[in-house]
Structures are given as C-alpha cells and as structure tokens.
Design a binder for this molecule. Structure first.
Ligand code: ZN
Length: 242
C-alpha cells in the first residue's frame, strides 16, 4: 500500500488539483494531517473532494475555527476574517463533516497522523528541540504531521532529534533503527519560501518517503481569494510561499 500524504490544503483547489495530477499513479490511498479549509476561497470543492476521496483526516486548528468549534479571539485578524468568511461559505453537510473530524494522533497502516504533535494538536514543531520530546510520545516509528506549512521533518538517531535533510531528488530511505517525524508541507499555502504545492508519497513496505513539490495555477487561486473579499495578504503570500 502506497500513501499520498497531504496537509494544510486550506481551501486551495488549484494547489490540490495540481498535486493530484502530479501524484496520479504513485499511490493507493490518501490521508491528510488537517487544515482542509481556512485562508483559501474554495472550501466547498475541497471538502466535497475530501469526503469522497480521503481515507483518513485528522482535524487542524483552522478546521475547528472555521466550523465554530473554537473561539476566534485566539486568531490573528487575517485568520479570523478568513474563518468568518469560511463559516458562512461552507455548506451545512460540509460543515458537519469538518466539525466531526477526529483529533490526532490517529494510527493508519502502521504510522501515525497528527496536525501538531501527539501532546497538543496546535503545537508548532519547527526545530529539532521542539521535536525531541515528541518522539517519546509517538506510538509508531513513523509519524506525519503538519501545521507549520514547512516541508521536511526530524529523525531520532542515537537518542537525539535531528533536522532531516531532504536530498535534491526528494527521496529518503528510512533506517529501521531510527524514528521519523515527517511533514509533507502545505498543499495550499506553503511557507518555506517555495510557492509550489507540497506533498509526500510514502511506501511503508519499501521504507521509502518521497518528498514532492509541484507548481500550480497560483494566479487563479489568488483571483478567487480577491473576488471573495478575503484579506489581500492571503492572495499575495501564495506567490512567494511565505
Ligand atoms: Zn495550516
């Protein structure tokens, strides 16, 4: 079984469509580390597609905020405006689906799936020192997370957490002696300086993780955000991946 690992789609239909086209034939099942919606202008197409196609999704903080589960006071003004817009735009069945998404971590095919960390679904795991305590809470030697919108991850080797270096070809062979905390990056709003949509294909039998980036129609996604009356900065940042 080969898995397409997605995260942080954020209602960006163009990003998602490009990922699916690029990954066609490379996977058998799709799983997602959360944040289906919020920021982008296509929450209904993304959730419709998710309901039909994704085997397992954990909820993200924007999935909670955009369906009324969270107090929006905790969000910055831009995220709050997007959450309010999404709450109004989302169809009732899609809102029910998102509201019912499970909190991570979930186990899927021998690996774990979470939005932030096993201790806190809202934790940003950015540096090796953030990742170090996470490894002791993992129920599987391979776990996927999102939330930071930074493609990459961490490896637990010789009792230490280290930043994983992604080689130029994106291919990482997993060492059975190590544990891995891996982030596919964001489909819909990358923040690592690379505006291309990000994803992982994982083959547990062969112990291979392939990191991917794919260009998508950023201009169309931006135009939809502007036409929807969402904050301008949400359109601007897609072009620079920040
Ligand atoms: Zn997110």
């Amino acid at each position: 079984m080969r898995y397409l690992i997605l995260s942080d789609i954020h209602a960006n239909w163009e990003g998602l469509a490009a990922v699916l086209e690029s990954a066609a034939g490379l996977y058998d099942r799709i799983v997602c580390c959360g944040d289906l919606i919020g920021y982008g202008a296509d929450p209904n197409p993304v959730v419709d597609w998710t309901r039909a196609n994704i085997a397992m999704v954990v909820r993200g903080n924007h999935d909670r905020a955009c369906t009324g589960l969270d107090d929006l006071e905790w969000f910055n003004p831009v995220a709050r405006a997007a959450a309010t817009w999404t709450l109004q735009a989302l169809g009732p069945e899609n809102a029910d689906y998102v509201r019912a998404l499970p909190k991570g971590p979930l186990m899927a095919g021998g690996f774990a799936l979470m939005h932030g960390s096993p201790m806190d679904e809202d934790q940003y795991v950015v540096e090796a020192r953030d990742a170090a305590p996470v490894f002791s809470y993992l129920e599987a030697p391979v776990a996927f997370f999102g939330h930071t919108h930074l493609q990459g991850g961490f490896v637990w080797i010789r009792q230490r957490a280290r930043l994983l270096r992604i080689p130029a070809d994106g291919l990482v062979e997993l060492d059975p002696e190590c544990a891995y905390l891996l982030n596919p990056g964001s489909v819909g709003q990358p923040r690592d300086g690379d505006p291309r949509a990000a994803y992982i294909v994982y083959n547990p039998e062969e112990r291979i993780v392939q990191f991917h980036r794919v260009p998508y129609d950023v201009a169309t996604a931006q135009n939809k955000i502007r036409r929807a009356g969402l904050p301008q900065v949400l359109a601007d940042r897609l072009a620079v991946g920040r």
